[in-house]
Design a protein around this ligand. Structure first.
Ligand code: SF4
Length: 455
């Protein structure tokens, strides 16, 4: 089986919400297209006049609610997700008629929001989230085009794409079983294996990786804090009220555990998710839609449980292993496998992080991840109106609470008594996702998306 060569910082990405596959991925695709066009022959560029981007599949069906149009435009204009200024996407959306100029080979090429076109939902491209970027001449004829695929978690591929050249990992694994065998054979913890691999693959030093992890944890915390300050309604026609601050107040008013702790955990998950839904900067963990689950546990460990940052970092690396294995053997995209791949995987990652950070052996860590994922199997992706709000925000809170509970269940029994392995749960998720109708995979054509009364 091929082994995992994903870097930590390509899974955990800082960028604007509300969707890694529909916002961050398309923004990257727009930027990549302009870069590739810059290298085209001068004679071709001399004829270029406009750019157009056609959205297919789920990007076409729910792109409007996910900010895809503005994200593609921002990418064409040179914005990187990690540097996206707050408020840029709503501003581009508000200035619909504005014509923007892109310099290509010393010539101006024009583009506006109207050039981001919603095309067929059913298509023959190899991935559901497809977009075709085109360079046009003055008559509207296509001079050059490239199809990009937003494959989940902000990752982008295209025809002929090759995985980035990384060094070889020290410890090669493609499944939890293989990782567990390495843990046993080498007498190492999961975090030690992850750190050694990251250093070998990327050439980064240990302090550089730790700095990067600290920044990710801090950005997660900031997304919770920004969300706790938020009030009013989220963008879009659903008029969903921001509730994190109310839940947080309620947590303070309760006197005793467990209600107090769970209410606080809910408020943290709501806070980061509402920040995501409003286009604020979040960390994909593993996606934007699921960006409230891990931050809720990180915030609770830092502020309510006073767990040290070193332990949280080590737990975070165990969570990364779970995310890598899920992505490698199934998918982390709602458009590919439904919400089980987003909130389900996020909950499994959070359960692993929490269990590891509290000092439990790696077998408990694996089992906690399995329990959390198992109880998300079959969950569809059916965001109402295509907005990452209903059911996404509450689902983040449920994912965080399930992660906490999965850790309690797994650490309360003998690890050998658990009958289902994490690999088996991931394989079940992949099979369930394959069999799931496309109307339940981020197209907003079925399920809750068409049953909810929103006005
Ligand atoms: S329902 Fe789940 S997978 Fe779908 S957009 Fe919402 S959080 Fe993402």
């Amino acid at each position: 089986m091929p082994y995992i060569t994903t870097s930590l910082f390509s899974l955990f990405k800082i960028g604007p919400g509300p969707s890694s596959s529909h916002t961050i991925g398309p923004m990257k695709a727009g930027k990549l297209f302009v870069e590739v066009c810059s290298g085209l022959p001068r004679e071709l560029l001399a004829q270029a006049a406009r750019m157009r981007v056609r959205l297919f599949g789920s990007l076409s069906a729910t792109g409007e609610g996910h900010g895809t149009d503005a994200a593609v435009l921002a990418g064409l204009l040179g914005t990187k997700p990690e540097d996206c200024p707050p408020g840029l996407l709503p501003r581009l959306n508000a200035e619909k008629g504005t014509e923007y100029r892109i310099e290509l080979g010393g010539r101006p090429v024009m583009v506006s929001l109207a050039d981001i076109v919603h095309d067929s939902i059913i298509h023959a491209y190899p991935y559901s989230n497809a977009l075709v970027a085109e360079l046009l001449d003055g008559e509207g004829e296509v001079l050059f085009e490239r199809a990009y695929y937003s494959v989940g978690g902000g990752f982008v591929q295209w025809d002929g794409w090759q995985a980035p050249e990384f060094g070889e990992p020290v410890y090669k694994y493609g499944s939890m079983t293989e990782l567990r065998n390495i843990v046993r054979a080498e007498g190492l913890n999961i975090y030690e294996i992850m750190l050694a691999n990251e250093m070998a693959m990327t050439g980064a030093t240990r302090p550089q990786i730790i700095d990067g992890l600290n920044e990710i944890l801090d950005r997660m915390e900031q997304s919770v804090e920004a969300g706790l300050q938020g009030s009013g309604c989220l963008p879009g026609p659903l008029k969903v009220e921001r509730k994190a601050h109310m839940l947080h107040r309620r947590a303070h008013s309760l006197n005793a555990a467990p209600g107090k702790f769970l209410a606080a955990l809910n408020s943290y998950a709501f806070a980061a998710s509402e920040e995501n839904a409003s286009g604020g900067v979040i960390v994909t963990a593993p996606t934007c839609g699921a960006s409230g689950v891990m931050p809720a546990l990180v915030y609770a460990m830092r502020h309510d449980m006073h767990v040290g940052d070193r332990a949280i970092r080590e737990g975070f690396l165990a969570a990364a292993a779970v995310g890598f294995i899920a992505k490698h053997n199934a998918s982390i995209a709602g458009a590919e496998v439904g919400c089980q791949g987003e909130i389900g995987v996020a909950s499994a990652m959070a359960a692993a992080m929490f269990t590891d950070a509290l000092g439990n052996p790696s077998r408990y860590v694996e089992n906690a991840a399995e329990v959390a994922l198992e109880h998300h199997l079959g969950i569809t992706c059916d965001p109402v109106g295509g907005y990452v709000q209903i059911p996404c925000i509450e689902r983040n809170a449920m994912g965080a609470v399930k992660a906490f509970n999965a850790s309690l269940i797994s650490t309360g029994v003998s690890p050998e008594s658990q009958r289902v392995s994490l690999d088996a749960a991931i394989a079940a998720m992949a099979e369930t996702g394959r069999e799931m109708s496309s109307k339940f995979k981020e197209t907003s054509l079925g399920g809750l998306a068409v049953s909810a009364v929103t006005c």
